[in-house]
Structure formats: structure tokens, C-alpha cells
Design a binder for this molecule. Structure first.
Ligand code: FAD
Length: 386
């Protein structure tokens, strides 16, 4: 891929160490992901091996303390890996879900026993994890979930169905959101660490999606799955509060990938339009092409600067929910707008799967839907207008 002159605003969020890490991540993507991705797309899932390799390379759960197999780093390191994955449109392995969503829940709310048992396995890639909030009947309206966890002696019996779960086929460990007190509203929601091999847990094959073909998204049902009381994550009834406090980081991982993906699409399109000729000149020489790409370049530079500042705030523990929502909202809208315009500039080739822009476009569509839909992001930002 050609080098495109950057925006002129140097990035200050990363250090020398991150530059070295970026090189490791880039090489990992080049050697362990790019050659296999097309096969994973056919399989509908990545290999378990790539998870272990990412663990061996020290690229999983880098923000965990060393005692749990992490690198005592922070979200900046995750951001580096997310960007490198997005640059090659490696949309299959949901590493960030494990590193930046599941592991933090266990680190922040888990008992000593839960941390010792699960965190090292998440960091090594031996265990693959998922988080299951969404149900067939409800996604955005989390308080309306119907999955129920009923106390039965020393255990809980969990019954319900979850859908659209990332890592839904490969995961061994799932954070399940369930109601422990259906009469208590948001205070009746709790989190449970559920293992796939528990009796009563029934998985399903991966769902057929518009994009993200190498990522296993699946539904599953739980029929009186018995989990010990020690599988409750954090305080009983505090699930909703825990989810709300962890969601900004999930939104930032989406925002980081959105900007990197938009930039990768832009670079690929500059390269393509430099080479492609029409009416005796380069497609890049049409004013329409230059204006479209210049606008995107400017918008990506603005988005990147905002996201970088949000990363800093997140690492300082100062990123509020509304600002994270703004980042997720605007970057994913930009990503889709950018990739759609870039695909258009590829002409018919943009519609062909062998061209990365086609896959990137299809993969990007969901970014405006998951992690809290963009309408919900507007709701969150809207609350700050009162
Ligand atoms: C590929 C993929 C991976 C996913 N991974 C996971 C996962 O790992 N774990 C998990 O738990 N979930 C996951 N999801 C689910 C995702 O988070 C939900 O699809 C999303 O939150 C929307 O919920 P829904 O599909 O039920 O849509 P609905 O909530 O039914 O929404 C339908 C439409 O109504 C809009 N809407 C809803 N409420 C409002 C409102 N108050 N104001 C305005 N508009 C509103 C929505 O924005 C949307 O446009 C995934 C989804 C996909 C497609």
C-alpha cells in the first residue's frame, strides 16, 4: 500500500514503546492473519490457533497486570493492535472483545478466585470469551431482557436465549447478563460467568451475516444452566451499573477501529485512482475524485484527533459516557460514509469481493448498529442537552 502524507498533526497519544508494539502487531497481522483470513471467511470463524498465537505474541489483554499475564499497559496498547488489525481489514478475530471488554469486567469486578482462574487464560488465548447481553426480543432496551437466574440452594439456574453474540461459537467463557430480580428494574440485573460445557447450555452454528464473514456471531439457549453462586460477577443486582461503567471502553475500541478502517479505505482509494485511467487521465485527476478524497482526509484527521484525546481521557479514567458515545457515533458514521465514497471511486471493481474495499464496506455497516446503536448514542448525547 502506498504511503499517504499524514494530516500534518502529529499524534501525541503514543510513545516510543507503542511504535515498537505497532511493529510487532503489524508483523503479527501480516504473518498470522492475512494469509488465513480468506479461509476463515469461508469457515465463518477464525482458528483457535490464532488466539493462542496472539497470546504468545503478548498481544492479548495487554492492559492486565503482569500477575495475570498482561503487560501492565493501558488502552493505548490495545488501540495500537486494533488499528493494525483494521488497516488490513482483519475483521475476523474479535481480540478486542476479549482484551478490552471481557477481561476488564473480570479484573474490575471479579473475586480473587475468578481473576486467578480466568485472566491468565484470557491473556494466553487458551480461553476465548464472549459477553451476552442481547436477546432475540431485545437489544437496545437492555432492561427488558428476560433471561432469568433463579437462586437454588448454593447455585443459580439460568434460563433464557441470547443472540448476535460475537465469539458465539468459539467462546468457552461467557459473561451472561440475566435478571436476578425481575421486579427491581435496573437493580435486578446481574452478571454471571457461564462456561459453555455446563449442562443445559446449547450453542448454535454461526449466523449468516452481511459482512464480518470470518467472525463467529451466534445465538445460544440456556435451559436451567446450573452455575455456582461463585459464578456471580461483582455484586448481585449491580449488573446494569457495571455494564454502564464499562461501555465507554467498548465504544472507544469501535471508534479506534472505525478511524483506522476509514483511513485504510482512503489510502487504498488514493492508490487505485492514481492507477486507474478514464477519458485519458487518472481518475485521481478528476476534481470530483480530489474533492471527495480531500474531504475524507480532512474528516479523518479531525476524527483521529478527537479519538486520540478520548483515548488519553480514558487512560486517565476521565472519559464520560456521553463523550465516548460522541466518538462512537461520529467515527462509525464517518467510516461508513468514507468507505461508501471510496467504493464508488473504484467503479465496478469496488463491488467485487476480491477488492478489499468491498469487504471493508460490508464489514463496516454493523459498526453503526452494535456496541449500542447510533440512535442510542444520540440518546446518550441528547441527555446532556437538558
Ligand atoms: C455482528 C454483530 C455482533 C454483535 N455482538 C454482540 C455481542 O457480542 N454481545 C451482545 O450482547 N450483543 C451483540 N450484538 C447485538 C447488538 O449490540 C444489537 O444488535 C444492538 O444493540 C441493537 O439491538 P437490536 O438488534 O435488538 O435492535 P433494536 O433494539 O430492536 O433496535 C431496532 C432499531 O430501533 C432503534 N432504537 C431502539 N431504541 C431506540 C431509542 N430509544 N431511540 C431511537 N431509536 C431506537 C435502534 O437504533 C435500531 O435502529 C451484535 C450484533 C451484531 C449485528
Amino acid at each position: 500500500m502506498i504511503a499517504v502524507r499524514p494530516s500534518g498533526i502529529p499524534r501525541t497519544v503514543f510513545s516510543e514503546e507503542h511504535t515498537l508494539l505497532r511493529e510487532t502487531a503489524r508483523r503479527f497481522c501480516e504473518r498470522e492473519i492475512a494469509p488465513y483470513h480468506a479461509q476463515w471467511e469461508l469457515d465463518g470463524q477464525v482458528s483457535r490457533e490464532v488466539w493462542r498465537k496472539a497470546g504468545e505474541a503478548g498481544l492479548l489483554c495487554m492492559a492486565l497486570p503482569e500477575e495475570y499475564g498482561g503487560a501492565d499497559a493501558d488502552f493505548r496498547s490495545s488501540a495500537v493492535f486494533i488499528e493494525e488489525l483494521a488497516k488490513i481489514n482483519a475483521s475476523g478475530p474479535a481480540f478486542s472483545l476479549q482484551s478490552d471488554i471481557v477481561a476488564p469486567y473480570i479484573l474490575h469486578y471479579g473475586s480473587d478466585e475468578q481473576k486467578k482462574k480466568w485472566l491468565p487464560r484470557l491473556a494466553s488465548g487458551e480461553t476465548i470469551s464472549a459477553i451476552a447481553m442481547t436477546e432475540p426480543g431485545t437489544g437496545s432496551d437492555l432492561q427488558s431482557i428476560t433471561t432469568r437466574a433463579e437462586r437454588d440452594g448454593d447455585s443459580y439456574l439460568i434460563t433464557g436465549a441470547k443472540t448476535f453474540i460475537t465469539n458465539g461459537v468459539l467462546s468457552d467463557l461467557i459473561i451472561v447478563v440475566a435478571k436476578t430480580d425481575p421486579t427491581a428494574g435496573s437493580r435486578g440485573v446481574s452478571l454471571f460467568l457461564v462456561e459453555r460445557d455446563m449442562p443445559g447450555f446449547t450453542g448454535a452454528p454461526g449466523l449468516k451475516k452481511l459482512g464480518l464473514h470470518a467472525q463467529d456471531t451466534a445465538e445460544f439457549t440456556m435451559d436451567r444452566v446450573r452455575v455456582p453462586a461463585s459464578a456471580v460477577l461483582g455484586e448481585l443486582g449491580q449488573g446494569f451499573k457495571m455494564l454502564m461503567s464499562e461501555l465507554p471502553q467498548e465504544r472507544m475500541s469501535i471508534a479506534v477501529s472505525a478511524v483506522a478502517s476509514a483511513e485504510a479505505g482512503l489510502n487504498a482509494t488514493i492508490a487505485y485512482t492514481r492507477d486507474r485511467e478514464a477519458f485519458g487521465k487518472r481518475v485521481l485527476d478528476f476534481q470530483n475524485t480530489r474533492f471527495t478524497l480531500a474531504t475524507l482526509k480532512a474528516q479523518i484527521a479531525m476524527a483521529r484527533t478527537f479519538v486520540d484525546r478520548c483515548i488519553e481521557l480514558l487512560c486517565e479514567g476521565k472519559l464520560d459516557a456521553a463523550t465516548a458515545a460522541m466518538a462512537k457515533l461520529e467515527t462509525t458514521e464517518l467510516q461508513f460514509r468514507a468507505l461508501d465514497a471510496c467504493l464508488q471511486l473504484h467503479g465496478g471493481y469496488g463491488y467485487m469481493q476480491e477488492y478489499p474495499i468491498a469487504k471493508a464496506w460490508a464489514d463496516a455497516r454493523v459498526q453503526r448498529i452494535y456496541g449500542g446503536s447510533n440512535e442510542i448514542m444520540r440518546e446518550i448525547v441528547g441527555r446532556t442537552l437538558e
